[in-house]
Design a protein around this ligand. Structure first.
Ligand code: APR
Length: 266
């Protein structure tokens, strides 16, 4: 197990406010591809400009909806991994001591929630939700159109299969995934919650993110400037190292359970 210094253990035990910022690497051990890992990253295999921008959706809504249907089907077959479980345990342990743990994720999957973490802040939205691209109405999960189109996708929504997006019951506009595409603003309430949590954090853990996409990547700097102890968990360097106090060059599924065990017991 990784070497965990006593200062970090006591910082976690005495922390009043902890922030855990996660990226795609936290879901990697659940079998969900990251974006920028060599060979396997989604942006190594697909062109984000054709799949993850408002212009792409306007140009070819069927391709974009089909690609997200493929990703949703992939997620439906995945389960939380030990990293997600450890984050949920951390939140329970710190709450039991009267503290708070704010989990801020860039991921659009629901694996933190499925592991039992509460009040997750989704900076980049959720792939499980859809909304009307015209009137903004959130599509009910059970809305026939959305599910029908997605179940159509489930019999092999291939990586490039086109699926016409379902139509909004309110205005007839096309539905789109409720995720933040490149060039789009983050949900304001999510960003404000994340920023406030970082400004008041005693400890901020950056887990499984390349720290390259802003404004999410600003959060460790905000916390560091406010005096937080910065922890990073990533098998590769990210450029965040100059402000990191505890740098674990290993996988989230290995480090997070060991950290929570060391600080709060099994
Ligand atoms: N444990 C921890 N970290 C891991 C693991 C693992 N098992 N496997 C990979 N990683 C690390 C990689 O080294 C990399 O630094 O996870 C990071 C994933 O980086 P990205 O693929 O860039 O994903 P992320 O940082 O979440 O991307 C941010 O970019 O495309 C947008 O909106 C998308 O939310 C995403 C944002």
């Amino acid at each position: 197990t990784p070497e965990i210094c006593r200062a970090l253990i006591s910082a976690l035990r005495s922390a009043r406010r902890v922030v855990v910022l996660t990226g795609a690497g936290a879901s990697a051990e659940s079998g969900i591809p990251t974006f920028r890992d060599a060979l396997t990253g989604l942006w190594e295999r697909f062109d984000p400009a054709r799949l993850a921008t408002p212009e792409a959706f306007a140009a070819d809504p069927d391709l974009v909806w089909g690609w997200y249907a493929w990703r949703r089907d992939q997620l439906a077959r995945c389960r939380p991994n030990p990293a997600h479980d450890a984050v949920a345990r951390l939140q329970r342990a710190v709450r039991a001591r009267g503290g708070t743990v704010t989990v801020v994720t860039q991921n659009v999957d629901d694996l933190h929630e499925r592991a039992g973490t509460q009040d997750v802040v989704h900076l980049h939205g959720s792939i499980a939700q859809s909304r009307c691209a015209m009137c903004g109405e959130t599509a009910e999960p059970g809305q026939a159109g959305a599910d029908a189109a997605l179940s159509a996708g489930s019999d092999g929504a291939g990586e490039g299969k086109r699926i016409p997006p379902p139509l909004c019951v309110g205005c007839g506009g096309r539905l789109r995934p409720s995720v933040v595409w490149f060039g789009e603003e983050l949900p304001v309430s999510a960003w404000l919650r994340a920023q406030n949590a970082a400004e008041g954090a005693d400890v901020l853990m950056s887990v499984g993110t390349s720290s390259t996409v802003y404004p999410a990547a600003e959060l460790p700097h905000i916390a560091g400037r406010a005096g937080a102890r910065i922890v990073q968990v990533n098998p590769s360097p990210t450029g965040l190292e100059p402000i990191v106090h505890d740098d674990f060059r290993a996988s989230a599924g290995e480090v997070l359970p060991a950290l929570v065990d060391a600080a709060f017991g099994r």
